[in-house]
Design a protein around this ligand. Structure first.
Ligand SMILES: Cc1cc2nc3c(=O)[nH]c(=O)nc-3n(C[C@H](O)[C@H](O)[C@H](O)COP(=O)(O)OP(=O)(O)OC[C@H]3O[C@@H](n4cnc5c(N)ncnc54)[C@H](O)[C@@H]3O)c2cc1C
Length: 352
């Protein structure tokens, strides 16, 4: 009989992993409790090979984009839905220093491959200090994808809409039984809710709350992502998502007036068109102490696995990480050090 795994959590992590397991012919069941403000549902779903203020480009950027392409093209064909939009980012500098820093980065071939320093696109971006274009970027319509793929898996009998109860897990001869079904292993993909998991709650997450707005704004070109302090990503008709805040200290996962003001202030520096705020959302990113994802097996409990810590860049990272993880399960390949759970082993030992 073939090995069967239970995946706990059906956000970007759990769904990307189930896609890979399905491709590799590995059986699985996915369980998700369907919370409406999961990070994956709040996210703009953007992927951008250029990261942060320092404009770093991961050595894996091309592989990550290729895996994302593969996954989303297969998802669109399977689910018969438009879920994946490739769109350049038009990014304005906020001041002269940012413009100068950018010029210095152009010497790096890894950066220059993804960047057009002299775009000539007519857009409504406020760009008095200049702007540049990032290629290889775009967004995944995460809410539509999650709903459609979960529905598909449910119709296939591979998806359970329920809360996973950690007390219900029973170990027997190295295998795990849950709800009367025996699994080769359990793979935990609970995002920021990892702290409820008694087996992996020792991992050093440093969660980051994020807030976004939904606005209506006529006159923008929906084929581009605009960026200046915040980003604007098209949703439908004249509706755009504006994000995001990065809050390392917070009281709860709810939208706040402070979050609204921060986003509005930056938005007004980015565009001068009139707009109306339709809604505001907040979610918690599963960010880790060193910002790397966390993949691998529990240090002591055999066949309990974690696939988490996607942080601020879930969409770009998840498909390639899922490929690595499936190879690790199937062929015993090594998980890259920078994303392996092994690097945090001292947090487990110290907590025992
Ligand atoms: C405001 C904001 C904007 C963002 N924008 C982007 C962006 O543009 N691009 C990008 O790549 N990333 C973005 N992110 C980050 C991205 O959302 C995360 O990297 C990603 O969603 C993490 O996915 P996940 O599946 O690990 O976690 P989650 O999305 O949190 O999913 C975890 C799932 O596990 C389920 N679960 C947990 N515990 C249980 C249990 N006991 N039983 C059953 N189910 C359970 C939950 O219901 C949930 O569905 C953003 C995040 C925020 C907050």
């Amino acid at each position: 009989m073939s090995k069967k795994y239970l995946i706990v959590g059906g956000g970007i992590a759990g769904l990307s992993l189930s896609w890979q397991l399905q491709k590799q012919g590995i059986s699985f069941q996915l369980i998700d409790q369907g919370i409406s403000n999961s990070s994956s549902k709040i996210a703009a779903g953007m992927f951008n090979p250029v990261s942060g203020k320092r404009m770093t480009v991961s050595a894996e950027a091309h592989n990550m984009l290729a895996s994302l392409d593969e996954m989303m093209e297969e998802m669109e064909a399977l689910l018969q839905k438009k879920l994946y939009v490739k769109a350049p980012i038009l990014q304005a500098f906020g001041n002269v220093k940012e413009a100068n820093d950018f010029s210095a980065h152009l010497d790096r071939p890894s950066f220059a491959t993804f960047v057009d320093a002299n775009p000539t696109i007519d857009c409504k971006l406020e760009k008095e200090f200049g702007y540049f274009q990032v290629n290889g970027s775009g967004w995944v319509k995460t809410v539509e994808w999650i709903e459609a793929y979960q529905n598909y898996l449910e119709a296939e009998g591979k998806f359970t809409r329920a809360q996973f109860s950690y007390d219900g897990l029973i170990e027997q001869d190295g295998k795990w039984t849950y709800a009367d079904e025996t699994y080769e292993g359990i793979i935990f993909c609970e995002g920021s809710l990892f702290s409820h998991n008694p087996h992996f709650n020792w991992l050093p997450f440093k969660l980051c709350k994020g807030q976004v707005l939904l606005i209506n704004c006529a006159g923008l070109n929906p084929s581009y992502i605009l960026k200046r302090g915040v980003y604007l990503v098209h949703q439908y008709e004249d509706v755009y998502k504006v994000g995001a805040t990065y809050e390392w200290e917070y009281e709860d996962a709810l939208p706040t007036a402070d979050g609204l003001n921060q986003l509005l202030e930056k938005l007004k520096q980015m565009i001068s068109l009139p707009f109306e705020v339709l809604d505001q959302y907040a979610g918690i990113r599963p960010t880790t102490r060193d910002r790397g994802a966390i993949l691998g097996e529990h240090p002591e409990r055999k066949n309990l696995f974690v696939f988490n810590g996607l942080g601020t860049k879930g969409m770009l990272q998840a498909p390639l990480l899922a490929k690595n993880f499936a190879a690790f399960l199937q062929e015993g390949t090594t998980i890259p050090k920078q994303v392996s759970v092994q690097r945090f082993i001292s947090f487990y030992s110290n907590g025992q």
